[in-house]
Design a protein around this ligand. Structure first.
Ligand SMILES: Nc1ncnc2c1ncn2[C@@H]1O[C@H](COP(=O)(O)OP(=O)(O)O)[C@@H](O)[C@H]1O
Ligand SMILES: N[C@@H](CCOP(=O)(O)O)C(=O)O
Length: 349
């Protein structure tokens, strides 16, 4: 059996829109078995079972499920049109879907790693990141999930031909359904070295409180509400804060005032308030002064989860945010998470 574990992630951490990612301690797990002797004749040779968040909703056919569609894309780039005979993939997913905790990033990473394992492709993590970026086009979640920890990411300036290849519509990378109409053509291969990352230190005292509302916001929708251009003042505001953020979050003991300031944003959070009732009030009123122990607060990824970074008083901080959502008739669950330093792992038993 091959076990693939991929952590969830919180992207942006305030000003680092599409740049900063933090891998956190909820893991998507795949248990993969290849036994030709017990092959069930499943389409594309892949039988899928699923438990956890999304059970009953997430499609379980290899050409529709995001994890196996991604794996098929990578396999087909390597001239393998189907899974090995008798492939069984059991998916255990505790990452809440559509809440800003990187469920799709984790699914894409899991799919690329699945293809690498079953196809015996021998891809490096750097090359696997290229494949992830052909699907999940912002690097913050996938780099954090693949490499683990607190990361800064960037995309290379590619040649015009490579840029064109990288921007091929998603429908051509992952035709829907992937295996339905198999044209036999090779899918578009990713250019080499699309994206890169750098790991930042993380102060051991800081934990992440995730307040997870019981409604979904599709990342595509939350990107659709953002403007296509910004004022110089707003860009400079974010640059000034993002320059401080990795230093402030790596310094031990943490300085809450510095972290709070470094987590302010004018690029995405203000525009997403229309999708998340109560967001501006929560971000403005929960501060290190009013709530000792709090270091900083932001929207997690595209939302609706709120991420509060804190060193103490976790229950009190969570409760005040739960109460504010409750006034808007929004129920939430909450969890204390820690950085997942290791990133994606593969084990064999
Ligand atoms: N484990 C999974 N298996 C299959 N599909 C998944 C899985 N996790 C996420 N997805 C897909 O990704 C979608 C959520 O992606 P997205 O809107 O980007 O939100 P998130 O913030 O959770 O990444 C789900 O609705 C589902 O289609
Ligand atoms: N930078 C992206 C991150 C989306 O993260 P997700 O966890 O909501 O998928 C964005 O802000 O759109």
């Amino acid at each position: 059996m091959i076990t693939i574990r991929v952590p969830c992630s919180s992207a942006n951490i305030g000003p680092g829109f599409d740049v900063i990612g933090l891998a956190l301690s909820i893991w998507l797990e795949l248990r993969v078995d290849i036994s030709p002797a017990t092959a069930s004749g499943a389409p594309l040779n892949c039988e899928i079972s699923y438990e956890g968040d999304g059970e009953g909703e997430v499609p379980l056919t290899a050409d529709s499920n995001l994890i196996t569609r991604t794996a098929l894309y990578v396999l087909r780039c390597h001239k393998q049109r189907v899974f090995p005979v008798g492939t069984k993939v059991h998916i255990i997913n505790p990452i809440p879907l559509g809440r800003g905790l990187g469920s799709s990033g984790a699914a894409v990473v899991a799919g690329v790693v699945l293809a690498n394992e079953v196809g015996k492709l021998g891809l490096s993590k750097a090359r696997m990141l290229d494949y992830c970026l052909m699907i999940e086009r912002h690097p913050d979640n996938v780099a954090a999930a693949l490499y683990g920890g607190f990361v800064g990411t960037y995309l290379n300036d590619l040649s015009p031909e490579d840029t064109e290849r990288k921007e091929i519509p998603l429908s051509e990378v992952l035709p829907e359904p992937a295996g339905g109409v198999d044209t036999g053509l090779e899918p578009p291969e990713p250019p080499i070295g699309i994206g890169h990352y750098m790991k930042f230190p993380w102060a051991k005292e800081i934990k992440a409180i995730a307040i997870i509302p019981q409604f979904e916001v599709a990342t595509a929708k939350a990107r659709g509400v953002l403007p296509t251009s910004y004022s110089r003042a707003d860009v400079v505001f974010n640059l000034q804060r993002i320059a401080l953020l990795p230093v402030a979050l790596g310094r031990s003991p943490p300085n809450a005032e510095q972290i709070y300031l470094a987590m302010q944003d004018k690029v995405h959070q203000p525009y997403r308030k229309e999708l998340i009732p109560g967001l501006p009030e929560i971000l403005l009123s929960v501060t290190p002064k009013s709530h000792p122990g709090l270091c900083g607060i932001c929207l997690s990824g595209a939302g609706p989860t709120i991420l509060a970074l804190a060193t103490d008083n976790f229950d009190k901080i969570a409760k005040v945010i739960l109460d504010m959502f409750s006034k808007k008739d929004i129920k939430c669950e909450w969890k204390i998470l820690e950085p997942a330093e290791e990133g994606t792992t593969v084990t064999y038993s």
